[in-house]
Design a protein around this ligand. Structure first.
Ligand code: HEM
Length: 357
């Protein structure tokens, strides 16, 4: 037994080292070999297979497992994938909307599907959530899943897997999704304001991510989701009108790009692509754009000018493979924020819009 304990502790130390190594080497702006992680190591943990060497109380994400629905809903991932593919084939912009929805869910009260609750005063009904889309996609998936495996699969798990499949459909990486989240029963509109809106400074972004167990590398990597999708002009209005003289603009903005945006954004309800160069492809052009002062959101461009994040942007711009592989790692971490997994925590909602009666 002593020998077994030693081996497990040794493996844990090696895994911990890998994570720290990733962060440190990137911060030094050194080219990294491509990482081949599909998911963080804990995704392989099974819910009831505790070793006597580990502490009795594990972090919630250790109760998730990629095989969680293996017997209770074996076709789950196929159902989600088919629906997501069909939606994206009909409307390509669905992909970005689902990925953003997953972020907004995990950002408030953790990944508990609180963003899907549709009642007066909920996060979803808040003014700041009005540009969120894709709710009907999750409803359609949930309806099909309930037919096949009633009262079994949480809306939080469905949204997490849907975001992964949406990412794959637009050329992003595949990663294994650990399952076992429960759905929350609380959603407050005022809490939706916690999610960054695009006018924050980098310190605020870092603090927001850190308070959810995500580090600076995760911030820069996950912001790379803006390699696809769009923003309403309303969200960038201050960036366009405030800086009359672009020499004074902070962070700076490319003059040609600014002029283009001014034309594009004659109305607040118009849209502009978050990635000015390759808006429909999952690639590292988002970071290259930042280097050319063509970041759409203020918060995007600031990542290039802040000393804490700039070296990571510089490392990612020329290394699309590094971005892609690290993106999968950070997405698994995002999906593990503040989980409800205990027996008495949360529920499996029958309809994602409402708490069970
Ligand atoms: C770092 C802090 C972040 C800020 C300040 C931010 C801000 C924004 C804003 C302002 C928009 C446009 C909203 C509008 O239509 O007016 C947007 C769109 C989007 N965001 Fe973020 N975001 C952040 C992080 C993330 C993360 C972590 C993800 C995903 C993991 C994400 C995914 C997306 C996607 C895919 C869109 C496009 C949505 C669509 O086309 O419908 N964002 N974001």
């Amino acid at each position: 037994m002593k020998h077994r304990c030693f081996s497990i502790v040794f493996i844990l130390l090696v895994l911990a080292h890998v994570t720290v190594f990733d962060t440190i080497v990137l911060a030094k702006d050194v080219k990294l070999p491509s990482l081949k992680l599909k998911a963080t190591p804990f995704s392989k943990a099974k819910p009831h297979s505790r070793s006597p060497c580990l502490p009795k109380i594990l972090p919630p994400q250790d109760y998730l497992s990629t095989t969680y629905y293996l017997t209770s809903c074996p076709d789950l991932e196929g159902i989600i994938q088919n629906k997501i593919n069909a939606w994206i084939q009909r409307d390509y912009t669905t992909a970005a909307s689902i990925i953003r929805l997953h972020f907004h869910d995990c950002a408030v009260r953790g990944c508990d599907a609180s963003i899907l609750l549709n009642h007066a005063g909920s996060e979803r009904r808040a003014e700041v959530s009005k540009t969120l889309r894709g709710f009907e996609v999750i409803d359609e998936i949930k309806a099909e899943v309930e037919k096949r495996c009633p009262k079994t699969v949480s809306c939080a798990d469905i949204l997490t897997a849907a975001a992964r499949d949406a990412m794959v459909m637009v050329g992003g990486p595949f990663w294994e999704v650990p399952f076992g989240r429960k759905d929350g029963t609380i959603s407050h509109g005022r809490e939706a304001h916690m999610v960054p809106q695009g006018h924050e400074n980098v310190t605020a972004l870092i603090e927001f991510f850190q308070s959810r167990g995500l580090n600076i590398l995760d911030l820069v990597i996950l912001s790379g989701s803006h390699t696809i999708g769009r923003s309403t002009c309303n969200s960038i209005r201050p960036r366009l009108s405030y800086f009359k003289n672009t020499v004074m603009a902070e962070p700076p903005i490319d003059v040609k790009y600014l002029n283009f945006l001014k034309k594009q954004c004659r109305r607040d309800s118009n849209y502009a692509n978050l990635d000015a160069t390759t808006p429909t492809t999952f690639d590292s052009m988002y970071y290259t754009n930042l280097e050319k002062k063509r970041g759409l959101l203020l918060t995007d461009q600031l990542l290039h000018s802040d000393a804490r994040t700039a070296p990571i942007v510089a490392a990612l711009a020329p290394q699309p493979q590094l971005f892609i592989s690290q993106f999968a790692v950070s997405m698994v971490k995002l999906g593990n924020v503040q989980l409800l997994t205990g027996k008495n925590q949360g529920e499996i909602r029958r309809n994602c819009n409402y708490v069970n009666p």
